[in-house]
Design a protein around this ligand. Structure first.
Ligand code: M6R
Length: 364
């Protein structure tokens, strides 16, 4: 049941902290505080590159995984949505890592891409929530997300569970490839183990998110922005808004704005930006100043460290706990999903069963 929540989506949003914790528990040894992956039938250290594919939200999780694998494990990564990947037939060097991500393990395009990668001699590792699924049976190894059943068509907790797995895979690959020393691994593991508590604190921002929702609910079009690992968070926010509120939303890498979408901006098109403190903060801030100068209304997700510098610029600031740059996209995803939910409540749409959508897309 819904445990007293109005919708499965609301219940599942509240499960983020627990699900992240359970998923990490499987992959981090509490005694040594090291990431321990299940036995793999190949040597991670020998993988020359990775090819990542998935659909929808799972694809956005994969995009965050790409930023991580490149930055922390220095592993070359190619990524595309599965419906493209399956027909692209990219030239792959045998012995590479084929990384699939799926909540259901039954998505037709992702399964077809998996089979293509297998034929091309890749080691198939799937990040799956349903561990008794077709993709599980056809993989060399399964890294399970421990999200429990996800009923709402709009994916929520499965996404942060996927990120938790991809984060651990990044640490394991970084170590195997000699790009992470013990101190760096310790720092990253500490940031991961801290996540359930930090994720819990996001729910204290409910009022600020509701103020944002009131503005978004009046809009016909919404622009989502983010840079680096916050760009897929923006994509996830825009997808969730489209799915359950039927408001048109587009996500852009913040730096791309002046190459086109800035022409859309006026008072009627709110700009929702994800701007955690860190390396890219100032870059995104200057993109927001440009949007504001064109009359844009800024609704900003940031953290306690970034908030003071955004208060003057933005109409609403949602301030989640400041965490390590590595885990920021996991924490930042939660308020972005809650925003879509709050807008759906205002719109009175069918949150758990949005029109035209199925939970699992098993046909092409
Ligand atoms: O079961 P999968 O993770 O393979 O599903 C992939 C997408 O269909 C799914 O994430 C979809 O985009 C969700 N409705 C997003 O909320």
């Amino acid at each position: 049941g819904k445990d007293g929540y109005r919708h499965y989506m609301e219940k599942e949003l509240h499960e983020h902290p627990v699900v992240i914790g359970q998923t990490l528990q499987r992959l981090i040894d509490p005694a040594t505080r090291r990431v321990v992956l299940p036995d793999l039938p190949f040597d991670l250290a020998c993988v020359p590159r990775a090819v990542v594919t998935a659909c929808g939200s799972a694809f956005y999780a994969g995009m965050i995984g790409r930023y991580w694998l490149e930055q922390y494990a220095r592993l070359p990564v190619d990524i595309d949505v599965a419906s493209e990947m399956r027909y692209r037939d990219p030239p792959l060097v045998p012995g590479g890592l084929g990384l699939l991500i799926s909540q259901s393990g039954e998505t037709a395009d992702t399964l077809a891409a998996l089979r293509g990668m297998r034929q091309a001699g890749q080691h198939i590792v799937s990040v799956l929530n349903v561990e008794q699924s077709t993709m599980a049976r056809e993989s060399d190894a399964v890294l399970g997300t421990v999200a429990g059943p996800e009923i709402s068509v709009a994916s929520t907790k499965a996404f942060t569970a996927q990120l938790s797995v991809l984060a651990c895979l990044t640490v394991a690959l970084g170590r195997a490839r000699g790009h992470l020393d013990a101190a760096a691994e310790e720092r990253m593991v500490t940031a991961l183990l801290d996540l359930p508590s930090r994720a819990n604190e996001v729910f204290e921002q409910r009022d600020a998110i509701r103020r944002m929702a009131a503005i978004v609910a009046e809009a016909r079009d919404v622009l989502y922005l983010g840079r680096g690992s916050s760009f897929p968070v923006a994509l996830e926010g825009a997808l969730k808004l489209k799915e359950i509120t039927y408001i048109h939303a587009e996500a852009y890498a913040a730096g791309e704005m002046k190459h086109g979408p800035i022409s859309l901006i006026d008072r009627t098109v709110p700009v929702v930006a994800t701007v955690p403190s860190g390396r890219l903060f100032d870059k995104t801030l200057s993109n927001l100043q440009e949007a504001k100068a064109r009359g844009g209304r800024l609704l900003v997700f940031t953290d306690t460290q970034g908030a003071p510098r955004l208060r003057e610029l933005a109409e609403v600031v949602v301030e989640v706990p400041a965490v390590d740059e590595f885990t920021a996209p996991i924490v930042q995803t939660i308020p972005v999903q809650i925003l879509a939910y709050e807008v759906a409540l205002l719109k009175g749409t069918d949150v758990d069963q949005p029109r035209n959508l199925a939970k699992s897309v098993t046909v092409e």
